[in-house]
Design a protein around this ligand. Sequence first.
Ligand code: BMA
Length: 324
Amino acid sequence: MIMEKSEPEPLLRRHPTNPILTSADWPYAVNSVFNAGAVRLASGETLLLCRVEDCSGRSHLCAARSADGVGDWRIDREPTLLPDAANHPEETWGIEDPRLVWLEELGKYGVCYTSYSESGPAVSLALTEDFCSFERIGNILPPENKDAGLLPRRVDGRWALIHRPVSSEAAGHIWIAYSPDLRHWGDHELVLKARRGSWWDARKIGLSAPPIETAAGWLMIYHSVRSTVGGAVYRVGLSLLDLENPAKCLLRSDEWLLGPETAYERSGDVGNVVFPCGACIGDDGDTLRLYYGAADTSVGLVTGSVARLLDWLHAHGSAPDVGR
Ligand code: BMA
C-alpha cells in the first residue's frame, strides 16, 4: 500500500500573492526591489524600507506603506533615502539592506544599513521620526562589516548592535557591540559562529530581521551563505539570545527554516537567495510577518507564529559552540 505523505502545517507559510513587491510596482524606473526593512507605524500601518537597485547597479532605499502589510502598497514617488557620497564617502557605491527598529526612548526609528564604500561594505546608522527626513549618524563600523541591527531598547544601560564582520579567512560570524550614545561602539563580543563543513549555516552567517523580544529571550532570525560548486545558497534559521545578556546565545536551529524553493527565489539577478531584513508582529502579539528579498529581485512575505517558532527551536535546536 502506498502511504500518503502528510504535509504538516509549515512553520513559515509563503503568502499566496508572492512576490508582494517587484520593480513593476515602482513609480520610477528601477532594476530590482528586494531586502526590505520593516516596521509597524503608530497608525498600525506597515512600512517597508526597500532596497532598490537603479539601472546603474547602485542601491538606494525607498519606502512603501500598506494597511495590512500585504497589499495596496503606497510607494514613495521618489527615492526616500539616497546615498550621500559628498558628505558620506562610505556611501559612494550605494546604500543597502536596511534593518529598522522603533526606539521608544528616543521616539525615533533607527535605520541600520550597509554603506557600500570603495573599501567594502560598512555599517551606517540614521534616525528618523517619519521616514521623510533622516538624521544621519553615519558610518558606525568600518569595512568589512554588514548585516547590522539594533536592539530596540538599552540592555543594562547601553544600546546593543548585532553586526557581522568578515575575518581574514573569509568566515563571517555574528557579533554584538555596545554604545552609550549610538555613536561610539565597543565591547565587541562574538555571539554566534558560522558552523563548518557541510552544515547549512557553515562559513558565513548574518542577522536577518532585528532580534524580537520574547519572554524566552531575543528571537534572532539569521541567514546563512552556503558555498556550493553551483554557487552560493542563502537560507534562514533561528537562534535565541539571553534577554539580559544578548551576547549569550542559548539555542540555534540545527535545520534551516526557509530556503529557496519557488521560481522567484530560485532565479533572478542572484538566484537561490532568500534574504529577510524585516519582520512585524501582528496585533495578537504572535503572528509574524517576515519580509525577504527573493533572488535579489523582488520582495517575498512568509507568515508564522512566534510561539510555534520558539517551540520548534526548543525541540530542534542545540546549544551553540561557545569557542571564540
Ligand atoms: C549578501 C548581501 C545581500 C544580498 C546577498 C545575495 O552578501 O549583499 O544584499 O542579497 O548577498 O546576493
